[in-house]
Design a protein. Structure first.
Length: 310
């Protein structure tokens, strides 16, 4: 932990969301003590401040997309910032912002992995599959499309960020906590063979076995990226989200996910997205996110052996 260098990158925008407010997420996470919590583990924390970009024009969809130009501009900035921190050997934490920003961050992570010859595993914690396309989307909100864009399905302004198309392959993704999937997405998930651990699966086999499977094959050469949409969590513990879906993981289940990721020792980048302080109660959702990040960086109740899930 002594050599760990972490960079916080604030991305204050909600251009990809239907409900406004996620633009206030970065500051809420700072107020909840995110930087201090990570520094307490002996990591060196650099707060890069907030990226700049266009304001939210609040316009309707055009050809199936809302705010495509603005979303592209923000994601380009994210890509550059995340790539720069990775190039310096640091662990970037993107403080969103809505989930459309994962296009920029994960394309940067994928590029870094290609250039350094590392394997990439993306753990996508979310209530939604985020696999919509312009023809399938009910709303045109691009925060429902990042997985499709990263896999090469979407407008070139988004799929081309990072120079290689597609940025990632579906088999590099594991989705966890999914419980709201649109009809078209259901078909598409199946066709792309995305490995999805939905809530029914978690109910049936439990979170421990689920995470063992999601982490299977992760080894010393694996770059583990966590994309944490806070709507993954049950709304009773995480009300500060624009798109709540009931029936999500409990506090302990979520903690277990993060602890098992920490056990692998391979976490190398993180997105925290969709936190909406306008809908939160006394910053409790931001504080919960900080608790989870503490576990992700190795806070445990007892001294335990590190292990790999193969
Ligand atoms: Mn999402």
């Amino acid at each position: 932990m002594e050599n760990l260098k972490v960079s916080l990158i604030g991305v204050p925008t909600d251009v990809g969301a239907g409900v406004r407010g996620a633009s206030m997420g970065p500051e809420a996470l700072r107020v909840a003590g995110l930087g201090r919590a990570i520094a307490a583990f002996g990591a060196e924390v650099r707060d890069c401040g907030n990226l700049a970009g266009p304001s939210n024009p609040e316009l309707p969809a055009v050809n199936g997309f809302r705010h495509l130009a603005e979303v592209a501009q923000w994601n380009l900035a994210v890509h550059q910032a995340v790539y720069a921190e990775l190039s310096e050997g640091r662990v970037p934490i993107m403080l969103g912002g809505d989930h459309c920003l994962a296009i920029g961050s994960i394309s940067a992570v994928a590029r870094h992995c290609r250039e350094t010859g590392r394997k990439l595993r993306v753990l996508w914690f979310d209530a939604h599959a985020d696999l919509n396309t312009a023809t399938m989307t009910p709303s045109g909100n691009i925060h429902g499309m990042p997985v499709a864009c990263l896999c090469g399905h979407g407008p070139e302004m988004l799929t081309g960020i990072g120079g290689e198309m597609p940025a990632i392959r579906p088999e590099q993704i594991r989705q966890i906590g999914i419980r709201s999937v649109d009809e078209g997405e259901k078909r598409f998930l199946h066709d792309l063979c995305v490995e999805v651990f939905d809530m029914r699966y978690i109910d049936e086999i439990g979170m421990r076995a689920t995470m063992e499977q999601a982490l299977a094959g992760v080894d010393q050469d694996t770059h583990l990226h966590v994309s944490l949409d806070v709507d993954f969590l049950d709304p009773t513990i995480a009300p500060g989200v624009g798109t709540t879906v009931r029936g999500g993981p409990t506090y302990r289940e979520a903690e277990l996910c993060m602890e098992m990721i920490a056990d692998t020792g391979q976490l190398a980048s993180l997105d925290i997205v969709e936190l909406n302080p306008a809908l939160d109660h006394c910053n409790m959702t931001a504080e919960l996110a900080v608790d989870l990040v503490e576990s992700l960086f190795g806070k445990s109740t007892l001294m335990r052996m590190h292990r790999n899930y193969r």
